[in-house]
Design a protein. Structure first.
Length: 620
């Protein structure tokens, strides 16, 4: 609260207001008091102008700093006593008796909390004394520093409010002070009254809701509402900060090193010039309305287009402190059309009933709730989005349960192109996402449902949309009663990937050769690479098989050697030795044959690998 009258108030949608106060300062000194939480924003944005050649000599404010004391909100006296532990105090008691000493602490009263507490004192006589808190009539702090801390706590105001003050020196001049401070956001609510007939039209009314949360009445204050979203943030300018510094040891008798300063990155860019503003008086239609709704309010709102922002100037507004007001800011009549719109992300089973019309008000409309009245009956509620002038508005206000929609999506991939470069296969393939909508209507008449889908990829095998926005495509689908209607949307994405020829599976590489996308030279090279890789794979398979057979033969040789060591004493044992010797010879012959084959395969492998490497080098 301040004696400098509030002249204008600009409210934004992000919790900030811009206030302008103007008046004459008689004694050359002016005090402006704010809530402690608001002072950072005030200091960040404060503009002070003195008329008639006057000068503003200084702006002073109390620095916020930590205090040694902390007094609570619920039990201030007992919290203070706890904080004063060890401090010299004088307790004056009933009957004019006084106890002087240092506080030791607080203990629970023997008769319970309802009787208060016991204050424990170390008196000057070197004794400890307990004093019932109910007998204390006065507390006197003897330490000057503690008293100063207590004053700072009390200067913060009730519950920390109005802790900081701004003082202006402008002797005998008219002063205008402007600043930004936290304020409740203004809201807007809409009424949309629609009538059918041969030429359906609707009447859109917008009402702004403002709250006066200041500690003063708004008395003929120029109020402006701003649509848009300026950048805003909080910045601590009131706290006194002493940063930590490194502790360095004394380096006596050592020469000081040179001081090096980092060069600036560049010159400061010039400030941007303000964009020209276009102001116009809002004019609204005066067509007759059977119920007189359009004539029931009078608009006095002026508007101003500020490029990314838009202003509603309400003129002089009076609202008492702690109260709110609802003020009409826009009214417009426009033709509309009713539509059934289905979007599975908004409602998964049914289309929503939508009113669509153009924002021909010439205004920027802020986001807010809208109540739909059609043919004199309440139809539902909707959210009117932030909308620039001339843009279309679609308000979904009800669900049409008479039409059910099923949505099924399938994904399939198909190769579009293959290129062989530097031993890599560069593959392009189409990924088709096929979405089928099945609509079933139980309504008695034929309906048209608009299917809305987010743009995700290019369309394929799908008719052109009937309507397209920046983010969505829309198709109108006729839905006869009593039967199911299917509509399909195919979205195609072109994907690219590459694979090393040596890493591609042989069956997959053979499959690539069957595609018509390969030219003759690429097909020849791929076929030769496939042949060489198949030969190398066959060689490896044969070598692995021979190695496995060789290992098995060597295990059999161990058994045969054991049989040959048998001391033949019977004809049966002699027969075993003879058969084992014969088999051992054949196994040894096969072992030698396998080793020759392995050696031959080992000689063939470098030749195939060299040929494969040559083909890969030729691709580079």
């Amino acid at each position: 609260m301040t004696d400098l009258p509030l002249r204008s108030l600009v409210l934004y949608k992000h919790g900030l207001g811009f206030l302008t106060r103007r008046g004459t300062v008689e004694d050359g000194s002016l005090s402006l008091v704010f809530d402690a939480a608001d002072v950072d924003d005030v200091l960040k944005s404060l503009v002070v102008v003195a008329s008639g050649g006057g000068q503003v000599r200084s702006v002073r404010f109390r620095t916020r700093r930590d205090s040694a004391l902390s007094v609570g909100r619920k039990h201030g006296f007992f919290d203070l006593l706890r904080e004063l532990r060890g401090a010299p105090v004088i307790l004056r008691l009933e009957g004019a008796r006084a106890v002087e000493g240092r506080l030791l602490g607080i203990e629970e009263h023997p008769q319970g909390r309802k009787r208060g507490a016991m204050v424990v004192m170390a008196t000057a006589r070197g004794t400890v004394e307990q004093v019932a808190s109910e007998r204390i009539t006065q507390l006197q702090v003897e330490d000057a520093q503690v008293g100063a801390d207590l004053d700072r706590v009390l200067d913060a105001g009730p519950r920390g409010a109005r802790a900081l003050a701004v003082e202006l020196d402008a002797p005998g001049r008219e002063v205008e002070v402007s600043y930004a401070a936290p304020c409740p956001v203004w809201r807007v609510s809409y009424r949309l009254v629609a009538t059918g007939g041969g030429a359906p039209h609707c009447l859109l009314q917008a009402w702004a809701v403002i709250d006066n949360c200041l500690d003063e009445d708004l008395d003929d204050v120029e109020v402006t509402l701003v649509a848009g979203q300026p950048v805003s943030f909080r910045y601590d300018l009131t706290s006194s900060v002493i940063p930590e510094r490194r502790l360095l040891r004394d380096l006596s008798r050592l020469p000081a090193g040179p001081v090096e300063l980092e060069a600036p990155l560049g010159r400061m860019a010039p400030a941007l010039s303000a964009a020209p503003a276009m102001a116009h008086r809002f004019a609204h239609a005066r067509a007759p309305e059977p119920w007189g709704l359009e004539e029931s309010i009078e608009l006095v709102t002026e508007t101003q287009d500020l490029a990314e922002l838009f202003e509603y100037r309400l003129g002089a507004v009076s609202v008492r402190a702690g109260e709110s007001a609802m003020i009409p800011i826009a009214q417009h009549r426009a033709p509309y059309r009713r539509e059934l719109l289905y979007n599975g992300t908004k409602h998964p089973r049914h289309p929503v009933v939508t009113l669509r019309f153009e924002n021909a008000t010439g205004l920027t409309l802020e986001r807010g709730p809208a109540t739909i009245v059609e043919e004199g009956r309440y139809r539902g509620d909707a959210i009117l989005p932030f909308t620039r002038s001339s843009a279309e508005i679609a308000l979904a206000y009800a669900v049409e349960l008479g039409i059910a929609v099923r949505e099924r999506t399938e994904v399939a991939d198909a190769i579009a192109a293959i290129d062989l470069t530097e031993s890599y296969l560069h593959i392009q393939e189409y990924r088709d996402q096929r979405t089928t909508y099945t609509l079933a209507s139980s309504l008695p008449e034929e309906q048209v449902v608009t299917i809305e889908r987010l743009k995700q990829a290019e369309l394929a095998e799908t008719r052109s949309p009937d309507e397209e926005t920046l983010e969505h495509r829309r198709w109108r689908v006729t839905c006869p009663p009593g039967i199911e209607t299917a509509f399909q949307v195919v979205e195609r994405t072109l994907l690219a990937r590459h694979e090393a020829v040596l890493d591609v599976d042989l069956d997959q590489l053979a499959g690539y050769l069957e595609h018509r996308f390969l030219d003759a030279e690429t097909r020849r090279r791929l076929r030769e690479l496939l042949r060489l890789r198949q030969s190398l794979a066959a060689l490896e398979r044969k070598s692995d098989a021979l190695q496995a057979e060789l290992a098995e033969l060597r295990e059999r040789q161990k058994t045969l050697r054991e049989n040959l060591q048998i001391d033949a004493r019977t004809p049966q044992e002699e027969e075993i030795r003879r058969r084992s010797a014969d088999l051992f010879g054949r196994v040894q012959d096969r072992e030698e044959e396998i080793e020759r084959e392995l050696a031959q395969l080992a000689n063939e492998r470098p030749e195939i690998e060299a040929a494969l490497e040559g083909e890969l080098v030729a691709l580079a």
